[in-house]
Ligand binder design. Structure first.
Ligand SMILES: Nc1nc2c(ncn2[C@@H]2O[C@H](COP(=O)(O)OP(=O)(O)OP(=O)(O)O)[C@@H](O)[C@H]2O)c(=O)[nH]1
Ligand SMILES: [Mg+2]
Length: 343
């Protein structure tokens, strides 16, 4: 899962990147370099599985972050930056809410003007394609979808607002449209002790768009991330925070992307996998390996709670909590899956 940290220059992207990954990438405007990092998603259920199985390897879900530098000025999204953003599965837009000695922060205006840039970029891609399709008439269905997209953008609405079926989404997936990507807003706050409040205009805009806003103070969170676990707890308690930014962020990202966790386990490896809510057993198999999806026969499913209580697969089988499901079974959060396949 690739998450792009985007926003205008100096909004606090690299600082957030450091807070999430625990890295020490240089902050300051104009460090025109992309920073890449991953975090493992802590998972108490996976820890419990590993405690029971004592596998050689325990593999957590990983989130990959790319801190994409913002250019200067208002038209900051050059083709190279846009190209990088297009590769991402989800976007986090950082909005400056702190004073930097220059222009006072205007979170809501900043949010809108960045959104405009993304919409403009989408419009350029769409218009070009529409023009071609009108000429060569090769794909009337796609043309229809893109015309609906263009109408919406002309009304200053991001494409996320458009009700597209899964099939329609697939038909235009190749364009990697930016305002179709799931988006989380992060408001970077002053380093004083004031409560983390999202100002009214920004929260109204976010509500209108159905977006969540996560307020945080980047430099403080980056400092916390750099501490060891014990010091971290003391520091957080001092600040009245329950969890570091990374943990809050992971929850927000899972809910934004509508993800659930399922598990596979054995003597070799205990592993957590992320999956879109509503996905089937074959989708889960495909997440693990394309061979498993291709040769899928059935899946044996045990709920994490049952396995944790009973301790072995044999006991789960004997007590009737191990189920055999077919390819259309909808995977639930916390399912432990053993996929039977034949290729
Ligand atoms: N008070 C406060 N200062 C911040 C916050 N986030 C970043 N800063 C400060 O703002 C300055 C710029 O932060 P960066 O994280 O480098 O900004 P950026 O968005 O990566 O900038 P570019 O890479 O040029 O696009 C640094 O001096 C940070 O310490 C925040 O949440 N609160
Ligand atoms: Mg930066």
């Amino acid at each position: 899962m690739k998450i792009g940290i985007i926003g205008f220059a100096g909004s606090g992207k690299t600082t957030l990147f450091n807070a999430l990954t625990g890295q020490d990438a240089p902050v300051g405007i104009g460090k025109n370099k992309i920073n890449l990092g991953t975090i493992k998603v802590p998972d108490a259920r996976l820890d419990r599985l590993a405690e029971i199985d004592q596998p050689q390897k325990t593999t957590y879900i990983e989130l990959a972050f790319a801190d994409v530098p913002g250019g200067r000025g208002t038209r900051s999204l050059d083709p190279q930056t846009l190209g990088r953003i297009r590769e991402m599965d989800a976007l986090v837009q950082v909005i400056r809410g702190f004073d930097n000695g220059g222009e006072p922060p205007e979170p809501s205006a900043e949010c809108l003007s960045f959104e405009e840039e993304l919409m403009l970029a989408d419009m350029q891609v769409i218009e070009k394609r529409i023009e071609r399709l009108r000429k060569d008439r090769s794909d009337p269905t796609q043309l229809g979808i893109l015309e609906r997209c263009a109408d919406l953008l002309n009304q200053d609405q991001p494409l996320r607002e458009l009700a597209l079926s899964a099939e329609e989404k697939l038909s235009i997936a190749g364009f990697a449209l930016l305002t179709l990507k799931p988006l989380l807003l992060v408001l970077s706050l002053p380093e004083d002790n004031s409560a983390p409040v999202v100002p009214e205009p920004l929260s109204r805009h976010a509500t209108d768009r159905g977006l969540a806003v996560m307020p945080l103070c980047g430099p403080i969170e980056a400092e916390i991330a750099a501490l060891g676990p014990d010091d971290q707890q003391a520091f957080l308690a001092d600040l009245g925070l329950e969890e570091p930014a990374a943990a809050r962020f992971i929850k927000a990202a899972f809910s934004l992307l509508n993800l659930i966790t399922f598990f596979t386990h054995g003597e070799d490896e205990c592993r957590a996998w992320s999956l879109r809510r509503g996905s089937t057993a074959v989708d889960a198999a495909g997440t693990i390996h394309s061979d498993l999806a291709r040769g899928f026969i059935r899946v044996e499913v045990v709920r994490f709670e049952d396995f944790s209580r009973l301790g072995t697969e044999a006991k789960c089988r004997d007590s009737g909590v191990l189920r055999i499901e077919g390819k259309n079974y909808v995977i639930e959060d916390g399912d432990i899956c053993h996929i039977r396949f034949n290729v």
